[in-house]
Write a protein that binds this ligand. Structure first.
Ligand SMILES: Nc1ncnc2c1ncn2[C@@H]1O[C@H](COP(=O)(O)OP(=O)(O)OP(=O)(O)O)[C@@H](O)[C@H]1O
Length: 261
């Protein structure tokens, strides 16, 4: 059975005084358990709208979302707890997503408190320890505040928060945005390792095709709110068929380093 199945998603953004924008114009996306999929596209292609739709945070003009065989309908928070445990977001800017007044231990415990209130305190503590270990953070860091963490550590805490409810799917929105090259490589390696070790499926959103392809064996190219190309990452990179994919491949090519004069 598929883990997440989105069919015929349509979203129109309507703003007073502005023309409506058809941000998603019939997107289908099926994610199998453990599968890693990259969603790539230029700015404005509809990636963020699709992420919000996949997380049931975006009202749909048409289409359906089914997770683990069960229909997902945006609604009261309590009614979607099962879905929030199953599908977790890895936020774009981890440092901004962490409450500066809360210690790491409480930040990582919070999703369990909110989504699984029946879990006993001792079990919750064990879950927190497990999530910190999974992302390679030492237990010594658990009493620190976010302001006392490095950028890389904050990113790991955000990932631990996403993992602590043992989701089957992580949606990472531009996980490499704003990172310098060594930290990009670390972030890619961490997401790959966690996905493989925990069997968690990944949907990674990026405008950088080459980086996303390094993490995900499967790529979907979005343009104008539609999936214009879909296939194995190495094939899309080596022989893009759509103009949108070709433009992304060209943009991903690393400029040659000029030789010293
Ligand atoms: N709240 C909104 N109101 C009106 N238009 C919107 C809104 N959100 C997005 N749009 C428009 O919908 C289209 C898709 O936007 P979206 O943010 O989903 O694309 P994106 O691929 O994530 O872009 P980026 O990479 O720049 O974040 C764009 O034309 C955008 O201007």
């Amino acid at each position: 059975m598929s883990l997440l199945e989105a069919r015929g998603l349509h979203v129109v953004h309507r703003r007073r005084g502005a023309a409506p924008v058809h941000a998603l114009a019939g997107v289908d996306l099926v994610v199998a358990p453990g599968e890693r999929t990259a969603l790539v596209g230029r700015s404005g292609s509809g990636k963020s709208t699709l992420v919000r739709a996949l997380l049931a945070l975006q009202p749909l003009d048409a289409g359906t979302l089914v997770a683990g065989g069960r229909p997902v309908r945006p609604g009261r928070a309590g009614a979607l707890r099962w879905f929030r445990r199953l599908v977790q977001l890895v936020p774009q800017d981890p440092a901004l997503s962490l409450d500066p007044r809360a210690a790491v231990r409480d930040l990582v415990a919070e999703p369990v408190r909110r989504l699984e209130p029946a879990v006993a305190p001792a079990d919750r503590a064990a879950r927190v320890a497990g999530a910190l270990e999974a992302v390679g953070l030492d237990d010594d860091l658990a009493d620190r505040l976010p302001g006392q963490l490095s950028g890389g550590q904050a990113q790991r805490v955000a990932l631990a928060r996403a993992l602590v409810t043992r989701p089957r799917l992580l949606v990472a929105d531009e996980p490499l945005g704003g990172l310098d090259p060594p930290r990009r490589a670390d972030a890619l390696a961490l997401l790959r390792r966690v996905s493989q070790e925990q069997g968690t499926a990944l949907v990674v959103v990026s405008h950088d095709l080459a980086a996303a392809a390094a993490l995900c064996p499967r790529v979907l190219v979005l343009d104008g709110g539609r999936v214009v190309e879909e296939g194995p990452a190495d094939v899309v990179l080596a022989a893009p068929r759509s103009a949108a994919a070709r433009a992304l491949v060209d943009a991903s090519v690393v400029a040659p380093v000029p030789s010293p004069a």
